[in-house]
Design a protein around this ligand. Structure first.
Ligand code: NDP
Ligand code: PYC
Length: 344
């Protein structure tokens, strides 16, 4: 087995932050992105962990994202709060808008945080957990770039379009699910390619539209939506709500803008925040207590709740540290040393 290095969460975050600052990111953007990537490693979500750093730098070098952009809030006091990411990464824009969305949801019952003109490369659960930590339920979604064929088709059109939901649980970890609307995230397929492993059946098509288990062929061809026509329709909904409706790019337009899938995608994001107390006011029962009954009934059948694997990995990593491979450490060292010169 190759040599590994164990870092604390804080040490890994600081190392990634240093790479970004040296590459010209603002301290705000560097801190936000580093925390998200380190959280991916901490929670054993490698498809959005350390390997994404290089893609972020590549996107900066290609001039497709502004690493020191300052996001700006447009808020008229209603249910819609917009943050213009100003062609920067989504993280700083989310950090700015999230407290406003949570506060507005508590006042009105529901609020929408719309992020425009951002590069979004990350998992959605860190955003969802920020909002559940503020006491609201949340639903987030965004396009990506056209890599997924609609059910019945064979050419990339939809994105891997993630959708995530969270519900706060008093005194414990929230209920959270977060998944691509493709069978698997593109990042997951990329990790299969790097490991020289074949994909499970049903994940992708080659460039001629034939089923393939070769990750390189699926990356060059088309990925498939989860659940056939059902995932295809949910993915289309994401294009509509978090693309067309918010006046931002669809996945097909994002691919046109980038011209490649080797860079992190540029588009918008829609995040809805709900106050369960406001919706349930004057009606039967406490929504949080009723949710606990449901969660216990699910677990009572031997099923696991989504994010349980992640929370278990998190507890272990916080107690014992985050284990990184020699290749991952070498990558970070190379990027810290060389900055933008180290990426193609
Ligand atoms: P997975 O299929 O690995 O997991 C999806 C969700 O299902 C997780 O919440 C997971 O919880 C849960 N889950 C998995 N297995 C079970 C089970 N047996 N019982 C109950 N729950 C289960 O995710 P994907 O590959 O689809 O997506 C991975 C990540 O990629 C997501 O975080 C997503 O946001 C991100 N992504 C980001 C994109 C972007 O454009 N920014 C595009 C596409 C994806 P657990 O984690 O605990 O296993
Ligand atoms: O893993 O599918 C993915 C992805 C696309 C953009 C960011 N992550």
């Amino acid at each position: 087995m190759s040599q590994t290095t164990t870092l604390t969460f804080d040490a890994l975050t600081a190392l990634i932050c240093e790479i970004f600052v040296k590459a010209g990111f603002s301290p705000r953007a560097a801190g936000s992105l580093a925390a998200t990537i380190a959280a991916g490693e901490r929670d054993a979500c490698k498809s959005h962990g350390v390997y994404r750093i290089e893609g972020c730098l590549r996107t900066v070098k290609a001039g497709k994202v502004a690493p020191a952009a300052e996001p700006a809030v447009e808020d008229e006091g209603g249910a819609i709060i917009r943050v213009d990411a100003a062609n920067g990464f989504s993280g700083p824009a989310f950090d700015l808008g999230a407290p406003l969305a949570a506060e507005r949801a508590k006042k009105l019952g529901v609020a929408a945080l719309v992020i425009n003109r951002c590069t979004h490369f990350s998992a959605l659960w860190p955003e969802i957990e920020t909002l559940t930590g503020m006491g609201v339920a949340a639903l987030a979604m965004c396009p990506s770039y056209a890599t997924v064929a609609p059910a019945g088709g064979a050419k990339p059109l939809l994105g891997t379009n993630p959708i995530a939901f969270g519900w706060p649980r008093p005194g414990g970890n929230p209920y959270v699910f977060d998944f691509a609307t493709s069978v698997a995230a593109r990042g997951e397929i990329e990790l299969y390619r790097r490991a020289g492993r074949q994909l499970p059946e049903g994940w992708g098509l080659d460039a001629e539209g034939r089923p393939t288990t070769d990750p390189a062929e699926a990356l060059a061809g088309a990925m498939l939506p989860f659940g056939g026509h059902k995932g295809s329709a949910i993915s289309t909904m994401v294009e509509l709500l978090a693309g067309a409706m918010i006046g931002d790019l669809t996945s097909a337009e994002a691919l046109d803008y980038l011209g490649t899938t080797a860079l992190a995608p540029h588009h918008g994001e829609l995040i809805l925040a709900f106050s369960p107390e406001r919706f349930a006011a004057g009606r039967r029962g406490d929504p949080f207590a009723r949710a606990e009954v449901l969660f216990e009934a699910i677990a009572g059948q031997g099923a696991r709740l989504p994010s349980q694997r992640r929370f278990t990995a998190r507890a272990k990593a916080m107690a014992e540290g985050i284990v990184l491979s020699a290749e991952e450490m070498a990558l970070m060292e190379r990027l810290r040393e060389g900055g933008l010169d180290a990426v193609a």
